[in-house]
Design a protein around this ligand. Structure first.
Ligand code: PBG
Length: 329
């Protein structure tokens, strides 16, 4: 045998020469759940190690993450049921606690990168990402102005990246136009371009109490069986001015990440969603998997598939592992 691939695997040093994919903490975005109030840090039962934070306790947590090399965060609000209505009007209200948290974090950490979520579901009484009419249908075009107002309010509060996660048609263009009209040309849009109607969002909906009150999200989120449709969505978002396009979830859709990466010239993001993280965490708690081996393998696979940016609940754990516990593959 002239060619023996095993020679390039014979020692840790040689394996490092041959290693094709690196993942640093600078490519990670850490999702955090926030609540109104003080002195609150409530663990999300179905997503151990993740909490609903009030701002006073969030600030030291963010500081810790920054010292580990995590500089980007995406925030999600858990909104009191009494503030929800059909139009999600609290999402752009003057006294909205989420917007207040954005302002406070920006003031405390001017170098931070803050991403926000644009969708109606944390704020509307229906638990849907769009406006629900009398017939129970999600109305695309009535939703767009609401999303645009939400995005502008978030930009005003200091958001660096707006993340429309709603899957309405035409929302990237609508949000871009609304932002530009208010002189927020420098605020980026990371669109949830190929967001699937997935079973893996369960723990997230627990964290925010945002599960749909009736029906499901299949009339706007994508069919898990489809790939060409992701290209169609991506063409639209690209033309509408998205700066970064996201695939969500990540692990069951690595092929979609690769597909977008190979067809577009802007950064591709992947959202390693709550259910993906929960299943790994659960298996590790049972002693069935080794967290410090399985977690980095999971994240590197997403990078290898083509993701330039990864949103993951393991961001802090990964950064800690990089700093204190890194072992080579
Ligand atoms: C809401 C939204 C969801 C997630 C991010 N934004 C849930 C959904 O669409 O129902 C899921 C994230 C996760 O599971 O980690 N628009």
């Amino acid at each position: 045998m002239l060619i023996r691939p095993r020679r390039n695997r014979k020692s840790a040093v040689i394996r490092a020469f041959a290693e094709e994919t690196q993942l640093g903490a600078e490519r990670l975005i850490y999702p955090l759940f926030v609540v109104d109030g003080k002195n609150i840090q409530t663990e999300v039962q179905s997503l151990p190690g993740n909490y609903r934070w009030s701002i006073d306790l969030l600030i030291p947590e963010v500081e810790k993450c920054m010292s580990l090399g995590i500089h980007s965060f995406v925030l999600f609000p858990a909104v009191n049921e009494s503030l929800k209505d059909k139009w999600a009007s609290y999402s752009f209200a003057e006294d909205n606690f989420y917007l207040d948290i954005l302002r406070k974090l920006k003031k405390e950490f001017p170098e931070i990168c803050l991403m926000t979520d644009v969708a109606m579901d944390p704020y509307n009484s229906d638990g849907h990402d769009g406006y629900v009419n009398e017939k129970g249908e999600i109305e695309n075009d009535k939703t767009l102005p609401i999303l645009s107002k939400m995005a502008v309010a978030q930009a005003q509060a200091g958001a660096d990246i707006i993340g429309p996660s709603d899957m309405m048609d035409g929302r990237v263009a609508a949000i871009r136009k609304a932002l530009d009209e208010k002189d927020f040309q420098q605020v980026s849009i990371m669109s949830y371009t190929a967001k699937y109607a997935s079973a893996f969002y369960g723990p997230f909906r627990d964290a925010l109490d945002s599960a749909p009150k009736s029906g499901d999200k299949k009339t706007y989120q994508m069919n898990p069986a489809n790939a060409m449709e992701a290209l169609r969505e991506a063409k639209l978002d690209y033309e509408e001015g998205a700066d970064i396009m996201m695939v969500k979830p990540a692990l069951p859709y690595l092929d979609i990440i690769a597909l977008l990466k190979n067809n577009f010239d802007i950064p591709i993001a992947a959202y390693n969603v709550s259910g993906e993280c929960a299943m790994l965490t659960a298996a590790c708690q049972k002693g069935w998997l080794d967290f410090n081996k399985a977690m980095p393998e999971m994240l590197v696979s997403i990078r290898r598939a083509g993701a330039d940016v990864i949103l993951t609940y393991f961001a802090k754990s990964y950064a800690e592992w990089m700093k204190y516990g890194k072992t080579n593959f």
